[in-house]
Design a protein around this ligand. Structure first.
Ligand SMILES: [Mg+2]
Length: 215
C-alpha cells in the first residue's frame, strides 16, 4: 500500500514538474516594458539612437550612378508619431492613426530631416515609400510640409487593394520600379526590417524602433 502511494506521489511530482516547464511566463512584463520605453524616450536617448544609426548615411547618399535617389520610409523614420503612440499606449491601429493624423502634424525626426536637406543639396532626389494607405495621401503631404520636408520627388503609398499580410512585396516592388525607371537607389532607410527586405538599394539603414512591429 505504502509503495503504491509513493509511486503515485512520484508520478504526480513528475507531472507537476513537466507542467511547470510548459507554462513558462513570458518576460518582460508589458506594463513595465511600456514604462521603460516612455522613460527611454523622455531621456532623449531615442532620438540620439536614431541619429547614431544613420551616421554613415551622408557618405552613402554620395554613391555614384544615374539619377541618384534616396528612399525614405515615413513613420518613425522621417516623422515621429511619439505623441500618438504615447496616447494610445503603443496600440497602433489604422483607424485611430488615421483619425489622429487628420488633426495632428507629427514633428520631423531631426537627423532624417538633416539628411534629407543634405541629399537635396547634393542633387539626390528623395522618394518616400510608406506603408500608409492611399486614403492618407492629402494628410501625409500636409504633415511632410509642416515638418519641413520640401523638394521631394514622389510619395508612394500602399494601394487600398493590397491586403498582403506583409508590406515587403509592396515596398520592394516600389523600389524595383524606381530602378526600372533608370534611378539608382543610393540608400534605403526605414525603421522596420520589412522596409529593407528584398534589396533593390546600394545601401540600407535600419533605424531603431522598439515601439511596434510591421511584418
Ligand atoms: Mg516606419
Amino acid at each position: 500500500m505504502t509503495f503504491r502511494i509513493l509511486k503515485h506521489s512520484l508520478l504526480l511530482a513528475v507531472v507537476l514538474v513537466l507542467t511547470a516547464c510548459a507554462t513558462r511566463v513570458p518576460e518582460p512584463n508589458l506594463g513595465l516594458y511600456k514604462k521603460e520605453l516612455k522613460t527611454w524616450y523622455a531621456s532623449g536617448d531615442y532620438l540620439t539612437a536614431v541619429a547614431q544609426a544613420q551616421a554613415s548615411a551622408p557618405r552613402q547618399i554620395r554613391s555614384t550612378g544615374p539619377q541618384p535617389t534616396l528612399v525614405l520610409d515615413i513613420d518613425e523614420t522621417s516623422l515621429s508619431n511619439w505623441e500618438y503612440l504615447n496616447e494610445q499606449e503603443f496600440a497602433l491601429n489604422q483607424t485611430t492613426f488615421e483619425k489622429w493624423s487628420a488633426k495632428n502634424n507629427p514633428p520631423a525626426i531631426p537627423a532624417t530631416l538633416k539628411l534629407f536637406r543634405e541629399a537635396r543639396k547634393a542633387g539626390v532626389e528623395v522618394v518616400f515609400i510608406s506603408g500608409r494607405r492611399e486614403s492618407m495621401r492629402a494628410m501625409t503631404i500636409r504633415q511632410l510640409q509642416a515638418a519641413g520636408y520640401e523638394g521631394w520627388s514622389r510619395l508612394v503609398l500602399r494601394p487600398e487593394s493590397d491586403n498582403d499580410p506583409s508590406v515587403i512585396p509592396y515596398k520592394s516592388s516600389a523600389r524595383k520600379h524606381l530602378i526600372k525607371e533608370g534611378r539608382t537607389v543610393v540608400l534605403n532607410m526605414g525603421d522596420q526590417e520589412s522596409d529593407l527586405a528584398g534589396g533593390a538599394a546600394i545601401h540600407r539603414i535600419k533605424l531603431p524602433n522598439p515601439f511596434y512591429f510591421i511584418p
